[in-house]
Design a protein around this ligand. Structure first.
Ligand code: PMP
Length: 352
């Protein structure tokens, strides 16, 4: 059809599947296996539905206040969005606006190239080294911007702050985005850099460590100027993105620091135990600092293992991408869920 010539054609990002089976063990999209703080439940029960009559606060003030108190960052330096995907999509549109190529690793969050294509931002992927680590010199060439996930996904590899800072210093004329979706599981945050460099944006989310993937809350820290530019774009698009319940319930999650720390600790503890057990089964993996393990087995194909697990209603993630097509990304579940997974893997590997 002729009209199709004018269509913006895109190849969309493919999220991990969301099966809804009873008794399934879902380890494929890096959600938190524990519920949010009970204070969120109380806030849900106490929520006055009369308030839904009005449009929500366009600045998500309850949430911005809670984040500002928690991270000791001025509200003017915080941008809030509907999940970090929303924050990142707006950041790409706002900051990657030159004719030069933006840079990111060949193996990283698979949404980056989708946004680049959608907005027609030129980009270049820089190959990670053999151990899935970034090579700092790859980001020290002329470019239109840099985005790095730290820890990276789906590898879980953490880049040290000295390397990140060298990359920032080499890129003072563009915006550098650090996507910290998994930072709370043992990584070191680049947040302090926002005070030193006005071109650094640090993006985080409630979807993993704060156990609220279903609420859709993401946020970013940066200089007042960066945040203002993002707000200008956001308000040119849709002012009322974040609904009132998300603002109120999200604030409750931030305020309960004790619960947050305990939850993260449990996940980190399980992750380290599972690393030991997977090693014994012959798996090889990076030293993940996130809430998943990215593993390969020298004798069993990843797809074969994924299919075997799926038959037992255990879901893990596999990517058909070159270099990583023999790896599985396994989210950290509860101890009981991980024991079931390990039991199935053990039985299968021993039978081979
Ligand atoms: N960044 C990375 C690296 C991720 O893995 C994810 C999760 N898919 C996101 C951002 C987006 O998460 P959300 O939109 O749920 O905050």
């Amino acid at each position: 059809m002729k009209w199709e010539d004018n269509v913006r054609k895109v190849i969309p990002y493919v999220p991990g599947e969301q099966p809804n089976k009873e008794n399934m063990i879902k380890l494929n999209t890096n959600e938190c296996p524990y519920p949010p703080t009970p204070n969120v439940k109380k806030a849900v029960e106490a929520f006055d539905t009369e308030k839904l009559r009005l449009y929500p606060d366009t600045n998500a003030t309850p949430l911005a206040d809670a984040l500002s108190d928690y991270y000791h960052v001025d509200k003017k330096q915080i941008f809030i969005g509907v999940g970090s995907d929303d924050v990142l999509a707006i950041a790409f549109m706002t900051f990657f606006n030159s004719n030069k190529k933006i840079l990111f690793p060949d193996i990283t969050y698979s949404f980056y190239d989708v946004w680049a294509e959608l907005y027609r931002i030129p980009y270049q992927v820089q190959p990670l080294d053999e151990e899935f680590k970034i090579r700092r010199e790859d980001y020290m060439i002329p470019n239109g911007g840099v985005i790095l996930a730290n820890p990276n996904a789906p590898t879980g590899e953490q880049t040290d702050l000295a390397t990140i800072e060298e990359i920032i210093q080499a890129n003072q004329d563009v915006v550098v985005i650090i996507d910290e979706a998994y930072i709370d599981f043992g990584g070191e945050s680049s947040l302090p850099f926002i005070e030193k460099y006005d071109n650094v944006l640090v993006v985080q989310t409630f979807s993993k460590s704060r156990a609220m993937a279903g609420l859709r809350v993401g946020y970013a820290f940066g200089s007042e100027k960066l945040i203002q530019y993002m707000n200008d774009v956001k308000f040119s698009f849709n002012s009322y993105t974040m609904n009132l319940p998300a603002q109120v319930f999200g604030a409750e999650a931030v305020k309960d620091d004790k619960y947050f720390r305990e939850t993260v600790q449990k996940i980190v503890h399980t992750r380290e135990r599972v690393k030991g057990e997977l090693r014994e089964l012959g798996f090889v993996f990076t030293d993940s600092m996130s809430n998943f393990i990215f593993a390969t087995h020298p004798r069993c194909q990843a797809v074969e293992l994924q299919n075997m697990l799926r038959e037992k209603s255990i879901y893990v993630r596999h990517f058909t991408k070159e270099r990583i097509d023999n790896y599985l990304r396994i989210s950290i579940g509860t101890d009981a869920e991980m024991d079931t997974l390990l039991g199935e893997l053990k039985a299968y590997i021993q039978s081979k």
